[in-house]
Design a protein around this ligand. Structure first.
Ligand code: ADP
Length: 652
């Protein structure tokens, strides 16, 4: 811009530099036509009138007229033509070259035409340059306006029209400050002093739009001086940053609100950085790993490494209290410090992030700074794009006490249920004994009487028959008693409803998690995708699974090496589900194997030997089977089947 000859500036709308092409050609044509007529007139006067003056000098006007068309070729052509006409007129009037006054006049005319042509060409080039620069001003999206030293606007581009709403026609000639009411960030005088001292000033100003709205403008001002160094005009370029500032203010406000919620929440909040983990995942993908779920399953060491790469970057006060720290800085660092390697939940969280975000939540265990194991509920809102992996917000709630109470409740329930069954069994045996004893005693008496009648030297068959009939009658009575007791027992109300096996197993695992951790047992649950929904009494079946898992844990506590407990389920036939509890323990001792499910069979000093008997009666009362096998590689497997829910029940 500084190359613009500002001192000669007249108020202009820069778009006036580029009139439409058609009218421009029309004007050029008219000018050239008029020039040609004038040239012809001059030639006729010069050639056919006896005027002794330098008429040919008027050709200069022809050249100037043609120059106004702006065509280089036209200027050169007009100048050459005029010079030829001058020479022809001279030769025709004066014969061959003679050094007289006429020759002088001809030479002056030729020189004037040539000089005019050269000046016209130079002027044309300069005009093109100016027009180019002016169109650049139009091209820019920024607002550009120029004000003189009296603050009068002398140039106003399209960007300024857009930014301030005033057209060039309305703005030109008005005082910039009246129009825009510019407010400088600090002192206006300081800005003016800097502008006149250094020739430049940059900063954010608040200005007024035509409709009265406030606009925030990033302004860059330059002071332009003339050749003598006298200030002539100020060029002000501006970019509208109103929306950018509003967005920044909104972001700052939302960040402030987020921080205040983060700091004051009663729940514990953590910010975690997953960006290094995501880099590792990207490397895996580059190496050709496509099924990341399968990869995580097969490479538990990768999950451990990922946990170490995940960093806790900030926590709130509630988290400091929850983890028994003194300051929040004590908790900043790798997540693996708090998350035991045995936790399976981290792999699931990792998978959720890898698979593109969403919400991950669940229950897991953490180890606090005092080394205590706590049970927590967590929730992560995963970022949807890659941009925010460095700041993932995690909410954590300590539910250790609640879990403890729940566990105690379930344990008490289980004990009560077991005790009730044992009592019921005892009562039932007593009642069977009592009810059946009478008919049995009578049978014995009648039987002995029948024998006596038959052993007489003369057997009395009639009496013997009577006695035997009484035997049969009393035997029927005994059988009825047994039948009645049985039907009494089977009248227990049972609720056989569809239930979620995975959730049931998960609850059993939670119930036993203390023992699982104590004996460092690796628990795996494997439920086939096509496993149907089982049906039954959820409470009773939970006791069965807890019993079988508990027995497995006790059988493994005695062995060295890796301790693996697997609970799996798969369909068996069309109408039943097979559940298996497999361990790597001692296996079932051979001597008790044939009576394993009988009551009071135990090899444990403190055992009652009732667990498996009750399990079997529960499973059978559900219409299923329970049996056990030893594994060739060591350990035992308990198998049981359950009826499944038919589709209509599920729909209901
Ligand atoms: P208790 O646990 O009171 O002994 P149970 O009926 O539950 O009563 O178990 C009976 C016996 O069966 C146990 O004492 C043990 O010898 C054997 N047993 C049960 N489960 C297993 C197992 N998973 N591995 C080896 N032996 C087992």
């Amino acid at each position: 811009m500084s190359s613009l000859p500002m001192s000669r500036y007249t108020p202009l709308q820069s778009r006036a530099y580029a009139p439409a092409a058609r009218p421009r050609r029309l004007v050029a044509g008219l000018l050239m036509g008029f020039g040609a007529l004038l040239a012809l007139g001059v030639f006729l006067v010069d050639t056919f009138t006896p005027l002794q003056s330098a008429v040919a000098v008027v050709y200069v006007v022809v050249v100037l007229l043609v120059a106004a068309s702006g065509s280089r070729r036209a200027i050169v052509g007009a100048a050459a033509g005029c010079m030829v006409l001058t020479a022809v007129a001279y030769l025709r009037g004066h014969g061959w070259i003679a050094f007289d006054a006429a020759m002088m006049r001809c030479t002056v005319s030729l020189g004037a035409i040539a000089i005019t042509a050269v000046l016209a060409l130079r002027n044309r080039d300069r005009m093109i340059t100016i027009a180019g620069q002016a169109s650049l001003i139009e091209l820019t999206h920024d607002s550009i306006f120029v004000r003189d030293m009296d603050d009068i606007i002398v140039l106003w581009n399209g960007g300024a029209e857009q930014l301030y709403g005033w057209t060039a026609h309305e703005a030109l000639g008005r005082r910039a400050n009246d129009l825009l009411g510019t407010a400088f960030p600090g002192d206006r005088k300081a800005a003016d002093a800097e502008l006149s001292g250094t020739g430049r000033w940059e900063g954010e100003v608040i200005q007024r739009h035509r409709d009265g709205r406030i606009v925030i403008v990033e302004a860059r001002c330059a002071l332009l001086r003339d050749e003598q160094g006298k200030p002539r005009v100020i060029l002000e370029a501006g970019t509208d940053v109103t929306e950018r500032r509003a967005a920044a203010a909104a972001t700052a406000e939302s960040e402030r609100r987020y921080r205040s919620m983060f700091e004051t929440a009663r729940f514990s909040f953590w910010e975690e950085d997953y960006s290094r983990v995501m880099e590792r995942v990207a490397t895996l993908r580059e190496e050709g790993v496509t099924d990341l779920a399968a990869y995580l399953e097969a490479h538990p060491e990768f999950v451990t490494e990922a946990c170490e790469l995940t960093c806790v970057t900030d926590v709130n006060e509630a988290a400091v209290r929850m983890l028994g720290a003194r300051r929040r800085e004590d908790l900043i660092g790798p997540l693996s410090r708090f998350l035991p390697a045995s936790e399976r939940t981290f792999a699931q969280v990792l998978l959720t992030i890898i698979q593109g975000g969403g919400i991950a939540e669940g229950e897991t265990h953490l180890v606090n700074l005092r080394g205590e194991r706590i049970t927590v509920l967590f929730g992560l809102n995963m970022p949807l794009g890659p941009s925010r992996y460095d700041r993932v917000l995690v909410s954590v709630v300590d539910i250790t006490d609640r879990k403890r109470a729940e566990r105690a409740l379930i344990a008490v329930q289980a004990e009560l249920a077991q005790a009730a069954r044992v009592t019921a069994l005892g009562e039932m045996s007593a009642s069977i004994a009592h009810e059946v004893n009478q008919p049995l005693a009578a049978i014995v008496t009648h039987g002995e009487a029948a024998l006596r009648w038959l052993r007489r030297p003369e057997p009395d068959l009639g009496e013997a028959c009577d006695a035997i009939e009484r035997v049969v009658r009393d035997a029927r009575r005994a059988s009825e008693v047994v039948h009645r007791v049985r039907s009494l027992a089977s009248k227990e109300p049972r609720q056989h409803v569809p239930f979620d096996l995975a959730a049931l197993i998960e609850e059993c695992a939670q119930l036993l998690d203390g023992e699982i951790a104590l004996h460092r047992i690796v628990l795996r649950v494997d439920i086939a995708r096509d496993a149907p929904t089982p049906r039954g009494d959820r409470v009773q079946l939970q006791q069965v699974v807890v019993n079988l898992m508990g027995n497995a844990i006790r059988a493994m506590s005695a062995v060295c090496g890796q301790r693996r407990l697997l609970v799996r389920a798969r369909p068996e036939g069309a109408n039943s589900l097979l559940v298996e509890v497999e361990d790597s323990g001692t296996g079932i001792p051979e001597h008790i194997a044939p009576h394993l499910f009988d009551a009071f069979v135990t090899t444990r000093g403190d055992g009652m030997g009732m667990g498996l008997a009750i399990c079997r009666s529960t499973i059978e009362s559900h219409g299923g089977r329970l049996w056990a096998t030893n594994r060739p590689e060591g350990g035992a497997t308990f198998h049981f089947t359950l009826p499944v829910t038919v589709a209509e029940e599920l729909r209901a």
